[in-house]
Design a protein around this ligand. Structure first.
Ligand code: ATP
Length: 343
């Protein structure tokens, strides 16, 4: 069953088009991350799904039902948006129970639901704590619980973890994903953090300038990026100009690259740093010189100048830790790790 369908959604602010012709089908129960650089239209798209912004054209369906003209409070949504802060003068329990209280649900039912949700977010016994005494991570969990109080059909979150420090954010990504899987709720999260998207999502939607550049599983986005924008935005990559020799064979940096089919038009080659192999000078297909070594402890990034290009290779200290700037080195770009991106 379909959890969410976006059909040809566009949003114009005056003459400016913030979101353009977005088509997306999200199966029920999937976790989607909207990912892209600042200003690409992620938040605008999420706000249209929420009904906080009206689309200029197109249709939005939740569970097969057209909600295009339906006001936010009737769309059966759970929302964690920065603008929807917790009520600071209420306790944790009162915050979580709030949606039930304003609907006149009886007190014992409210309490049961609060207990249930506190267990779910790993904060049992926190009902009577004042919100003002919570840590950042606890506060965000309570905001998540409050959004889930009414068992919504669709869960929408806008940069929910961005205020947390890096370690806590990574832990919360795992927690949020596990919670979502437990509940099986269709979830759409806006983020600009590609690691976050890779951690949580079934479906990553990469946006650029208001358009969907690619929508696919995290692994597919990483291994088979649709274009140079996606390849460069998701993880880091080496982008090299691809050309053809007289016989139509693929060439990179004036060298033949066996095993790669070069298209007729302009194209680039994307090779992930972890796929670049460093071999002894004189034994590989590309020859260069080490210009910089960034030793991050767990991994080592080696920058190699080959002609006009700098190619980055990532290795682990066990594989290689002896390289120094100025050293001659050869590179191999394994054909099965190279992605041809046509322009
Ligand atoms: P960020 O990651 O920085 O939040 P975003 O991808 O969420 O960016 P949006 O907030 O959706 O981007 O904005 C997309 C574009 O639309 C931006 O250029 C923004 O300035 C513009 N925009 C958003 N809301 C309005 C508005 N109400 N009126 C005019 N322009 C707007």
């Amino acid at each position: 069953m379909s959890g969410l369908q976006l059909q040809n959604i566009s949003k114009r602010f005056g003459r400016f088009t913030a979101v353009e012709n977005v088509d997306l089908e999200v199966p029920q129960g999937q976790f989607v991350c909207l990912l892209g650089p600042s200003g690409c239209g992620k938040t605008t798209l999420l706000r249209m799904i929420a009904g906080l912004e009206e689309q200029s054209s197109g249709r939005i369906l939740v569970g097969g039902e057209d909600v295009s003209g339906v006001p936010t409070h009737k769309r059966n949504l759970g929302m964690v948006f920065q603008s929807l802060a917790l009520f600071p003068h209420l306790t944790v329990g009162e915050n979580i129970a709030y949606p039930l209280r304003i609907r006149g649900v009886e007190r014992t039912k409210q309490q049961e639901r609060v207990e249930e949700l506190l267990n779910l977010i790993h904060l049992p016994g926190f009902a009577d704590r004042p919100v003002s005494k919570l840590s950042g991570g606890q506060r965000q969990r309570v905001a998540i619980a409050r959004a889930l109080t009414l068992s919504p059909k669709l869960f929408l979150l806008d940069e929910p973890l961005s205020a947390l420090d890096a370690k806590l954010r990574e832990a919360m990504q795992v927690e949020l994903r596990q919670l979502q899987q437990k509940l099986g709720i269709t979830t759409i999260v806006v983020t600009h953090d590609q690691r976050e998207a890779m951690t949580m999502a079934d479906l990553v939607v990469v946006m650029g300038e208001g358009r969907v550049r690619q929508a696919a599983s995290p692994v597919e986005i990483y291994r088979k990026p649709a274009d140079a924008f996606v390849a460069d935005f998701i993880g880091s990559t080496n982008l090299l100009e691809l050309s053809r020799d007289g016989a139509g064979r693929a060439m990179v940096l004036d060298r033949l690259l066996p095993g790669i089919a070069a298209p007729e038009g302009k194209a680039q080659l994307s090779v992930r740093p972890e796929d670049v192999r460093l071999v002894e000078a004189g034994t590989g297909s590309l020859s260069g010189e080490v210009t910089f070594v960034r030793d991050l402890g767990g991994t080592i990034e080696t920058f190699v100048q080959v002609g006009q290009a700098t190619i980055v290779a990532v290795t682990t200290p066990r594989e290689r830790s002896d390289l120094k700037p100025g050293q001659k080195i050869d590179l191999e770009l394994p054909a099965d790790a190279c992605v041809v991106l046509e322009k």
